[in-house]
Design a protein around this ligand. Structure first.
Ligand SMILES: Cc1cc2nc3c(=O)[nH]c(=O)nc-3n(C[C@H](O)[C@H](O)[C@H](O)COP(=O)(O)OP(=O)(O)OC[C@H]3O[C@@H](n4cnc5c(N)ncnc54)[C@H](O)[C@@H]3O)c2cc1C
Length: 377
């Protein structure tokens, strides 16, 4: 049990605020070294082993002076909680600090052309060779792979075991020979995700996370953190939509007004649900709201916002080459991203139906079958 008090945390925050706010990695590095990055993580891993509730003190103090805050969602939100839970001490020491400061960007190498919703059916192979693993396969939809230095990689290491039991989880250096990243260009010219081809990629054995063939555990941890992250709500799209309506003189249109009020209501609901989840997490309490529920709701809300932006601005707005037009295009093109990324709405609904409504599990025809014998396209 930690003996850290609110006064101890306050003293550390005072020391942190003496750091240079204009030096982003320097400031975040100081936050990590003072144990204020994730206050509930162990000492030496960016935390103090203290009650999560104290994190709010740090957050409020940092926001009040407009100090740098961590970003890069996959590293901060998904890799860190996994590494701190199942990683070795050496892994925590090597990866957590640069991940928090943002000096090393991360990506998530899970989905494959033949394994998306059923990611446990993945085919990417890793074979042991001395002190290394040799990886061959293909990943797809890998967000930010073109920017990332490190990847969370799931591979098949035992094809004779049932699909969930023959997977291993690695931390992979994206600059290793044999890693080829090909950006997928979207209709509006932006590149967010990529195909990643892995050909004879050598990964040192000490970069295995958790048990050999036990990678499904850490993979599930990543996926759970991803769903919670996506469902948390972000900046205010409702207010941007109101601005758009003013710009296109549609604020008096009764149908548009209904749509704007609806967008505002949805945004408030997402924010309040997110706040309840975070409050429960801060106090290590049971999650009162299933993150899958907020993700489904946020996905539906994003799709409606994209349609509303298009309805407000019309063809002229969608085709506009200016920043407003580009924003409308992005809202339109990206309106289904949350419904698919991080587990589709249909899959989340299946999970909710089983967890909360006591409905029978989906048929599982390949249960217990060696992965090698599972039919696949
Ligand atoms: C914006 C975005 C970012 C992404 N980033 C990443 C990333 O960084 N890393 C990564 O690894 N992946 C990423 N993905 C991939 C994402 O995780 C997959 O697209 C997703 O899991 C769905 O897999 P799939 O595309 O293969 O569709 P499929 O699994 O083939 O599904 C096709 C359709 O069938 C439905 N379906 C499938 N199974 C069931 C079922 N049991 N019951 C009912 N319906 C079902 C699905 O809902 C969907 O409508 C990203 C995707 C998007 C859109």
């Amino acid at each position: 049990m930690s003996t850290i008090s609110e006064v101890d945390v306050g003293t550390r925050i005072d020391r942190l605020l003496e750091s240079d706010l204009s030096d982003r990695p320097g400031f975040l590095g100081a936050q990590y070294d003072l144990g204020l990055a994730w206050i509930h993580f162990p000492e030496g891993s960016g935390g103090l082993g203290a009650d999560r509730g104290f994190q709010k003190l740090v957050h409020d103090a940092v926001v009040a002076v407009d100090a740098p805050q961590p970003k890069y969602e996959i590293g901060y939100g998904m890799a860190a909680p996994t590494i701190v839970t199942v990683g070795t001490d050496d892994q925590k020491e090597r990866w957590l600090r640069p991940l928090f400061t943002g000096e090393e960007v991360w990506c998530q190498l899970f989905s494959e052309p033949g394994a998306g919703s059923d990611v446990a059916g993945l085919s990417c192979r890793a074979v042991r060779d001395g002190d290394e693993w040799v990886v061959n396969g293909q990943k797809v939809w890998t967000s930010n792979a073109h920017l990332a230095r490190w990847g969370l990689l799931v591979t098949r290491t035992d094809p004779d075991a049932p699909k969930h039991q023959g997977i291993s989880f690695f931390l992979m250096d994206m600059s290793t020979p044999g890693v080829e990243v090909r950006p997928l260009v979207q209709a509006n010219g932006s590149t967010h995700f990529n195909e990643v081809f892995l050909t004879g990629v050598r990964i040192p054995a000490e970069q295995l996370v958790g048990d050999l063939h036990g990678g499904w555990g850490p993979a599930r941890m990543v996926l759970a953190n991803e769903a919670a992250f996506i469902g948390r709500g972000g900046g205010s799209t409702a207010h941007r939509l109101v601005e758009l309506a003013r710009m296109f003189r549609r604020q008096d249109d009764p149908v548009i007004r209904q749509g704007l009020a609806d967008a505002f209501i949805r945004e408030q609901i997402i924010r309040l649900l997110g706040r309840r989840i975070r409050a429960a997490l801060r106090h290590d309490g049971p999650t009162v709201v299933d993150p899958a529920l907020t993700k489904v709701f946020a996905a539906d809300s994003k799709a409606r916002n994209g349609q509303l932006a298009t309805a407000i601005s019309g063809a002229a707005g969608v085709a506009g080459p200016d920043p407003v037009g580009r924003w409308v295009q992005a809202e339109l093109i990206n309106r289904f991203t949350i419904s698919i990324g991080g587990g589709t709405t249909e899959v989340q609904k299946n999970n909710l139906a089983e967890r909360w409504l006591g409905l029978p599990r989906e048929p599982w025809p390949d249960k217990g079958l060696p992965w090698r014998d599972v039919p696949r396209s």
